[in-house]
Design a protein. Structure first.
Length: 58
């Protein structure tokens, strides 16, 4: 994981400051709720994974 970010940091060095992303719950007020608007199998998997993270968080 860290090795990938070292590589990404090199790429984005000239593009400005870009926040690092870490595994875990996908937050926000619209990202996950908007998955209900789109019927796409891969997005359903993301939603299920996020629900699993929510359970571990509690």
């Amino acid at each position: 994981f860290e090795e990938m970010w070292k590589f990404a940091d090199e790429i984005h060095e000239n593009l400005g400051n870009r926040p690092k992303m870490f595994p875990g719950i996908i937050g926000g007020h619209c990202v996950i709720p908007n998955l209900d608007l789109i019927e796409y199998e891969n997005l359903d998997i993301i939603k299920k994974i996020n629900e699993m993270y929510e359970k571990f968080k509690k």
